[in-house]
Design a binder for this molecule. Structure first.
Ligand SMILES: [Zn+2]
Length: 340
């Protein structure tokens, strides 16, 4: 096991600026333990809420309070829909989050759409777009209402961008809508299987129903925000439920058009880190352009005697993830051109 890093002692070597919390795939349900689709991983449906409570208690008592927490999606499990407990379970999780002394930014995953329609989510407590920051005189950096994405600045010169990785998806949208038809066409073109959740035999295994992708409209908006950030000499952290970098994730868990998202990110220098959930086993890799791809281990598969969350400490020259339980520590140095 890797030696645990101590953020307090790290403060001597470079300037500590701020910190933020990260947590993924809570997938709460008031159910007995179960297993994943392959039957290889135990899922602790009730325990996940206790893990969330434990994480919040730790964040609340950290010597320097995190500026916010990023909830990386799949906050309640799809089973809730089957048992008609979606609203009750969401309320329990949201009541737990109320104990947190700092704002939480919620991303939406496939399990949100198993339980709720997109219209429901827009009007729910899982919509945290009211926490966005707007850039004066740059209307092109204002996101459209067609997807759930926004950006905010928790610390000067650091911009966080929440992306909607189910912008292209057949989950949670009206089957009669043109967008559903368009997304079903994309999915079927890449996945001839009768069961659209099966990646069996696929050349591109990410084309399954439980994944989604980014519309060109959203990618154009992302490009505009990153252009502004480059000009303004900001460092950018991107947050998404679905990961986009194959080296850091199981290929069956990638966004449909992850290459398009990477192409946008790689055409800018400002992005330092892309944080995602969805994979449960976690993953990490630094890409050739110096962007750190961090896929967080899921709470739902953390045993009662373990944990799964982290605090990212942001320094002038790096970010340092202090993981708890299943989440390992990571040091993520900024690329040279971002060091001033
Ligand atoms: Zn997911």
């Amino acid at each position: 096991m890797a030696e645990k890093l101590d953020p307090e002692t790290m403060r001597d070597s470079s300037e500590w600026l701020f910190s933020f919390g990260v947590i993924a795939d809570i997938q709460y349900a008031d159910l007995e333990d179960g297993y994943n689709y392959q039957g290889s991983r135990r899922r602790y449906y009730r325990q996940s809420l206790l893990h969330l409570t434990g994480a919040i208690e730790e964040w609340n008592k950290e010597s320097s309070m995190p500026c916010c927490v990023l909830q990386l999606g799949d906050v309640i499990d799809g089973y809730n829909a089957q048992y008609k407990t979606s609203e009750k379970s969401l309320e329990r999780v949201m009541n737990t989050f109320q104990m947190l002394k700092v704002p939480v930014h919620h991303t939406w995953g496939n399990h949100e759409f198993y339980n709720f329609s997109r219209d429901y989510l827009i009007n729910s407590k899982l919509n945290t777009k009211f926490l966005e920051d707007r850039i004066a005189h740059h209307p092109e950096t204002v996101p459209s209402e067609n997807y759930y994405a926004y950006h905010f600045v928790p610390f000067p010169k650091f911009r966080f961008i929440l992306l909607d990785s189910y912008d292209l998806s057949i989950l949670g949208i009206d089957q009669s809508s043109p967008k559903y038809q368009q997304c079903m066409k994309i999915l079927r073109e890449h996945n001839p299987n009768k069961e659209l959740n099966s990646p069996k035999g696929l050349f591109e295994p990410q084309f399954v129903q439980f994944n989604g992708g980014f519309s060109q409209e959203q990618l154009n908006w992302l490009n505009d925000v990153l252009t502004f950030s480059d000009t303004n000499q900001e460092k950018v952290v991107i947050v998404s439920h679905i990961p986009i970098y194959p080296e850091a994730s199981d290929t069956v868990c990638l966004a449909w058009n992850y290459r398009d998202a990477l192409a946008v990110i790689w055409s800018h220098k400002c992005v330092v880190c892309f944080i995602a959930g969805h994979t449960h086993d976690g993953g990490y890799s630094e890409d050739p352009f110096g962007v750190h791809h961090l896929d967080l281990e899921g709470v739902i598969e953390a045993a009662p005697d373990s944990q799964a969350f982290g605090t990212v400490h942001v320094y002038s020259d790096k970010m340092m993830l202090k993981g708890r339980g299943r989440v390992p520590d990571r040091i993520m140095n900024y690329k040279k051109e971002l060091l001033v």
